[in-house]
Design a protein around this ligand. Sequence first.
Ligand code: TK8
Length: 355
Amino acid sequence: MKTWWKTAVSGLAVSCLLVSVIGCGGQPSNQPSAQSGTAGNKDIQERKIKLSIGLVEEHPEGIAGKKFKEIVEKNSGGKFQVSVYFNNQLGDDKKVADSLASGTLEFGVISTSPLTASVKEFGVFDLPFVFNTEKEADAVLDGPVGKSLLDKLPAHRIVGLGYWENGFRNLTNSKRPVATLEDFKGLKIRTIPNEVHLDVFKAIGANPTPMPFTELFTAMESKTIDGQENPLTVIESNKFYEVQSYLSISKHLYTPFIFLGSKKFWDQLSDQERKIIQDAVIESGKFERELIRGENKKSLDNLKAKGMKVSEISEAETKKIQDVVKPVIDKYSKSLGEDLVKQMMDEIQKARGQK
Ligand code: TK8
């Protein structure tokens, strides 16, 4: 399948289709390309750029943040200076979205789930068990559904420049091995502040507590909560194994990362400057997806080595969990838009057929 990751690099005209921003004007044919030799070009100004990354520097999200910096500084001939802030130093995901909207921050990578507070339709990615593989997620995110959601952001003073990967979420807790639907009952689980996640965990019989990621470690350490759910690479890089003994391979949800920009900042950029940024988001994003997929297996081995007790959830139990969350999917398919959900499911089916 030809995705926009591949096509976007071919030119600004295509980038304009992709970038969710109003006023991405046509490029005069005599305008120089942003490929190389851009130093000294009057269309590229000296700019200081801050990029917020939620996870630690060693996580693929952090490594790709540094890659973005490298590409942007090189392709702007050193005119752009990018400072990358890791580990939610500039605030949690919601705070980052707010800072982008107000223009005090230029760029940030966050999970899509907290964005539902502004654009509820991002909740389609929060529906449980819709994706089976990362490739299916790629097809949806890089296709028309992913694009149509990016297009909703400028109304909230944010631009959406592309999707990276956070990944399939798995449960950890400090109480007991969780291998069946019954085992989830009564566990106090932190969720991302997102109503689909909240309803999913209620339906499963757990006791969900929404909380920003920045408060999570302390809440687990002090036993205010029993557990949480995140991709394996996050569980490892944020050292959750120090305060959680049990890991269940539940893969109940897939969370994309989204690369966002401040519309206020974006509106100041020339077409050429925008292209430098857009291309770097795509290139570093491709790199991040590959890196994170390679790390997953290693993370599982490392978590076992750190002493976590790992439970698989059998197909029969997964089926039981899927049955109890079905009403949540039905409820949100209606409120998020049946056409949008159908379009997403069709794209997933198509991706499955292409395997
Ligand atoms: C980090 C978050 C994190 C997410 C969460 O900024 O909140 O649990 O999975 O990766 O975006």
